[in-house]
Write a protein that binds this ligand. Structure first.
Ligand code: GNR
Ligand code: NI
Length: 176
């Protein structure tokens, strides 16, 4: 298994539409395992392949609580089969937007179809935090970040701060 570096916004690799998986083979199963390891170390409750520079429709999530058993889920080609009219609001964060948070409203309950790590078709009903997390990860597959759901004013403020932080980091690296 391997821990991979996470891409920080703004970055064109986070804006790409990812391509579907033909078949979950050993290479995709390894990618899923590496993504979970990267996510747990970060730590985060979800990770999408484009966050590690892979433009494929693969996500992993684990929205279990601190005192619960781990509940890893690996998905290729996730699709929303149904979504509730009822919405749920949550203060979202993103490993690609470190230290920034904003409330986003999304359907409270969803049914998702996907291929698992054995290439078997699965369906999962999710609600609240798990539903939000899956929708957040699926957005990444279409080049969307949670800041694309908030006002342009708040979005640009966050992206400007991240651009500044990147410049500082590049400057520090050049100084040593
Ligand atoms: O770790 C994460 N926490 C989180 C909190 C609220 C809503 C979504 C998330 S996903 C995020 C990890 C991440 O960036 N996944 O793409
Ligand atoms: Ni994210």
């Amino acid at each position: 298994m391997a821990v991979l570096p996470i891409i920080i916004a703004p970055d064109p690799r986070l804006k790409k539409k990812c391509t579907p998986i033909d078949r979950v083979d050993d290479d995709i199963a390894t990618l899923m395992a590496d993504m979970l390891e990267t996510m747990y170390l970060a730590p985060g409750i979800g990770l999408a392949a484009p966050q590690i520079g892979v433009t494929k429709r693969v996500i992993v999530v684990d929205a279990s609580g601190k005192d619960e058993d781990p509940a890893p889920i690996k998905m290729a080609n996730p699709e929303i089969l149904s979504a509730s009219d009822e919405l749920w609001a949550y203060e979202e964060g993103c490993l690609s937007l470190p230290d920034h948070y904003a409330e986003v409203e999304r359907p409270a309950k969803i049914t998702v179809g996907y291929l698992d790590e054995s290439n078997a078709r699965q369906e999962l009903e999710a609600e609240e935090l798990l539903a939000t997390c899956i929708q957040h990860e699926m957005d990444h597959l279409n080049g969307m970040l949670f800041v694309d759901h908030i006002s342009a004013l708040k979005r640009n403020m966050i992206l400007r701060k991240l651009t500044k932080a990147k410049k500082l980091k590049a400057h520090d690296a050049a100084a040593d």
